[in-house]
Design a protein around this ligand. Sequence first.
Ligand SMILES: [Cu+2]
Length: 107
Amino acid sequence: MKTLKFAMAVAFVAGAAVAAVAADKTINQKGKVFSQTEITVKKGEPVNFLNDDNIVHNVMSTTTGNEFNVGAAKPGTVTPVTFKAAGDVRVICAIHPSMKMVVKVTD
Ligand SMILES: [Cu+2]
């Protein structure tokens, strides 16, 4: 709970753009598991990857047109990621290959 409060504080400090994002577009990573296996967003709409775990995670994708790599994210870090191209984006954690999910990006 302490970690989550910290994360929310970080999100707040990061600015209005992050704070305004709906909670349901946030993916948690507690226990080395993405909180949803699938989420649908519009092109340009951010997905907030919240590390509410107690270890470092590194969310990334190599899906063509939507490649990204947030780098090593410490516990309490929230990283908004937007997607440029419509389609299914395979998202993983570079550190924990068992962490997998799909972001479905629509036009
Ligand atoms: Cu991880």
